[in-house]
Design a protein around this ligand. Sequence first.
Ligand code: CR6
Length: 828
Amino acid sequence: HIGPSSPPTHALAKAPVATPQHSVDAFVKVFLQELNTGQGVTLSRSTVNDQYLALARTVRQYLMTRWLETSRHYAESGSKAIGYLSAEYLLGRQLGNALLATDLGEVAEEAMRGCGLDLARLRAQEVEPGLGNGGLGRLAACFVDSLATMGIPCIGYGIRYEYGIFKQSFVDGRQVEQPDPWLALGNPWEFPHPEASVQVNFGGHTETYDDGGVQRTRWVPDWNVVGVPYNYMVPGYHNGKVNTLRLWSAKATNAFDLALFNSGDYPEAVRAQTFAENITKVLYPEDSTPQGRELRLQQQYFFVACSIRDFIERVLGPDFDLHQLPERIIFQLNDTHPVIAVPELMRILVDERHFEWDEAWQITKQCFAYTCHTLLPEALEVWPTELLGRLLPRHLEIIRRINADFLDEVRASFPGDEQRVRNMSIISDDPNSSVRMAFLATVAGTKVNGVAELHSQLLADKVLHDFDELWPEKFTNVTNGITPRRFICLANPWLSELISDTLGVGWVTDLERLAELEPYAQDPDFRRAFREVKQKAKVHASDILRARDGIELPPGHLVDIMIKRLHEYKRQTLKLLHVVSLYEQVLSGEITASQLQPRTVIFGAKAAPGYWMAKEIIHLINAVGSVINTDPRLEGRLKIAFPANYNVTLAERLIPAADLSEQISLAGLEASGTGNMKLALNGALTIGTDDGANVEIRRLVGDENFFLFGLSEPEVAALRDSGYRPRQYYESNPQLRAALDLISSGIFSNGNREAFAPIVSSLLNEDRFMVLADFQSYMEAQLRVREAFADEEEWTKKAILNVARCGFFSSDRAMGDYLREIWHASAI
Ligand code: CR6
């Protein structure tokens, strides 16, 4: 069913076409051919978009043979693959990464120059696929990059959203969201395969029937859609391997109801189509909180149903004996979004392939592992049984049976402990009947992992404590990582060159080798070179911000960066209070402007459109920025820069320019963070709480190279238990009071004293994330930063040591951990 039915007769038909030569001439030839035959234009009449598309297709040709070869090789080897199931992939631009993987950067640059074109300009034409919200989606993209680079068979499965994360702009300092039509100008990186479409059913009811004396159940759905796969290349770095990312797009089964169409009821005829295609229309712009919408559950089931069917029927083939399934696949559940895959596999095995329940369950349990990415209770997904039963009646029955068997096991281990049974039940009745997806994932998964040491420990001790008591061997940690290809090589060519000149090129795929930089921290010449790298990155970032947002980055400033989703737990307000306090201290004469360390605070953050408080905070940041940036009393020594529409592309520009990395969440709430790793690896020092992966960063870089502040997680818990009263801090800390009062004074809102009252009052009266409790400690840590930054040579040493000691945070290491501890798979 894949490929032609009779053997090809032409001699060349068996092998893929040869890769074009790695030379400027060959590259130009393919490029012009792509312009002419692909875009239908000549060079002289082509637009930038034509040129970008032709260039992308040219680079694609260099990957094509490797892609076909890689999948042939995997299929023949019969080895175990990773099925990474993720509702989000925040890929970033593809062209630069493809050039890097194929080592075609210089060839392409010269080839374009020869055609009178500027490679950088063509690269800037690419719209990044924003198919994710934040850390979780970007992590998935880093992981598939590492697996390709390590030569591990992996298919990344996900959703091809027609609209990715919204485009953010600011109007009067407020966030405005616009749709992101990322496919509008053509997408040269995807390969649709409508012939490999999969039908996905919804709704209806179940019924039992007699199958030659055996009672069976079947699902009688009442509507369906079709999933069309779009394949994307995931090139490994310099290893000739190209893995596949397969994203699903929803289509209507009967696009047009002919009778309706002929009767002239055109709107009704396309209604079904619109309805079906809505499923993959748009990414839910939520971060860390579930959006309890029916469409979201449809998205989740849609993509896992397509993916499992695809793997079983197309990758393994119809003759494959599913008893052997665990030898061929492990599905990694990226958070709870794909967990409905568990009852789906059970349904296929029991209802379609007629396995005994127990046997099916043994197989299913070996085929899944679960990564939890949060500790926020409100972020743990829960589906009302009413909704699940209506949309997926058979799956709800299967979940009930899984739960019943599981609770028997609990009762056997803890006889008489009915409270424990209620606490652990996958189906909860509190307050309404619902399915706790994290519990289902934990019961089904061979392993459950958190994403940083502290997070995994808190998972086992708190959120999933009862499960850890029952199955301690299930719980493990894999600290997140980031790909050095995108976040060092592509983002920071200047640093990459310095490292390669010093150590040779091997570090890119063996990041622990950065440790060899350690002695160079003592070398004044190396330090000078390192500072030049930072300087170049600052100039580059400054050029980008000027062109993109009209923002000026003043030279000589400490670049203080807080880039991440806007969320109260991440505490952008704490960073802002620092700035407001410095301003207030200058206004009140407590310090003079000349005592300020010249500093630009860069924020990058999107707020979920429905998260009102987060949007208020964005408004406040912009309001403070517009006042302090123009107040001559500050003598230009304190600035806020808040470029709109923070995304992967902007992150790649900003991260290399940073001196200080703000990782200031309330301890116990940031599961890991990955921006913290990217910034440290680019030579920024962290000011941070003992939270998420900060804990591990600090341990590796050393206390003297990290600015720790704030309550620890146990202290947070103790303070909460003892009754936290934020107003006490306001009353007893004059500096804090003055800063909050300045916001309330109306100075940032043209005299309107009510404008930011909701933010101030939420801090004073509730302060769920203990901003006020950590304020003093944060201000003191910032004084230490100021002092340290004043000593250029010492600061540079610290920055170099951050780079040298953070090799651990490569996503290659993270993938190694998953392979060893969870997947039991290896390179072939
Ligand atoms: N929001 C965590 O909050 C973590 C990433 C990736 C998050 C963040 O600390 O680094 O996942 N969690 O593991 C969720 O999305 C649920 C995130 O990105």
